[in-house]
Design a protein around this ligand. Structure first.
Ligand code: SF4
Length: 331
């Protein structure tokens, strides 16, 4: 899967780097000074690189934990996010990462301890109040877990700080290490879904809806708290029938009473990301006429947006109480 690994010189001897390289013993390794040399140059094509991405192992200097944009969250007052990785092994056509980054290479920051220090500092600033940390903002939280071991490394920190909550957002079925671990009441494993027709058309490489439900069922039986994320919701002619069936399939197998939260959000992108993605996929119907720019974002026209949210909220009320449902309009 990974044929080339770039390694920043200053972390070349880091034990985590050595361990990761052992997993890819056939890969060519190339030393660089800073990951930006490989990741940031302008003359790159995300779409071409996505066919054969390299792994870049780097150190994150500052900015490890950041405040979430206004309106992002699931009911908490203190909300932060962090990304131990940039980019994702999957290839969803609607993914904002392809408009945000010039490169499709995966960057993994190996200085996990600096993430821990920053998280602990935010926890102390919260003075005992509940504080949320969202992982998987610039990547999928679990998809590369067998290689990174990041979640495995971080969970003991959250076990020591019960007022700090972590959301792991994923479309993967990489739940083996969670199944081996004692469930934490302050960890929410949040799975993202679109109906299977949309997933098949737009979510390249993502495990099927059925396999993700299987993974959720196993986690729920083990005692993990789960979330459902319908964000982005994708408008299409039969969206009502497709989302209705998706909800029915999920709630037929999941215990809705022990679900932590459900979030909804219609497809949207910041204007510059939309422009970049259009250059990559000029013929993609997803980016065609139903979208319009407003307040720096490109999204569905208000009647479509409102209709979708109202329809899905009403459908969800058949299965869950409104107090665990949240709508999100920021990225
Ligand atoms: S799973 Fe999420 S992060 Fe990965 S490509 Fe799809 S939308 Fe992007």
């Amino acid at each position: 899967m990974i044929n080339t690994i770039y390694i920043e010189r200053e972390i070349a001897d880091h034990p985590r780097v050595r361990q990761i390289c052992e997993n890819f013993s056939d890969a060519v390794t190339i030393i660089c000074e800073r990951y930006g040399e490989v990741f940031n140059p302008k003359a790159q094509n995300f779409r071409l690189q996505k066919r054969r991405p390299a792994l870049i192992l780097a150190r994150k200097h500052g900015g490890t934990v950041l405040k979430t944009p206004e309106g992002y969250g699931i009911g908490g007052n203190h909300n932060y996010y962090f990304s131990h990785m940039l980019n994702c092994i999957y290839d969803c056509r609607y993914c904002f990462l392809q408009g945000m980054y010039r490169s499709a290479h995966y960057v993994l920051f190996v200085n996990y301890e600096d993430f821990e220090t920053a998280i602990v500092s935010k926890i102390s600033e919260a003075n005992g109040e509940t504080i949320w940390f969202f992982s998987g903002y610039d990547c999928d939280s679990l998809a590369l877990e067998p290689v990174t071991g990041f979640v495995d490394h971080m969970l003991p920190l959250f076990a020591r700080h019960p007022n700090a909550f972590i959301e792991l957002r994923t479309k993967s079925t990489q739940v083996r290490s969670l199944l081996r671990t004692k469930p934490l009441p302050n960890c929410v494993v949040a799975f993202s879904f679109t109906p299977k027709e949309i997933s098949a058309a737009l979510e390249n490489g993502v495990p099927s809806v059925e396999k993700r439900i299987d993974a959720m069922v196993r986690l729920q039986r083990r005692g993990w708290r789960l979330g459902l994320r319908f964000d982005p919701m994708i408008y299409h002619e039969h969206y009502q029938a497709h989302y209705r069936r998706l909800f029915a399939d999920l709630f037929q197998r999941l215990d809705s009473e022990s679900l932590h939260s459900v979030t909804l959000g219609t497809f949207r992108l910041p204007v510059p990301y939309h422009r970049n993605i259009l250059r990559l996929y000029p013929d993609e119907p997803l980016f065609a006429t139903t979208l319009e720019p407003s307040n720096g974002m490109v999204s569905y026209k208000p009647p479509i947006r409102d209709e979708m949210i109202a329809f899905c909220e009403e459908e969800l009320q058949r299965y869950v109480t409104p107090d665990i449902c949240f709508s999100c309009s920021t990225l």
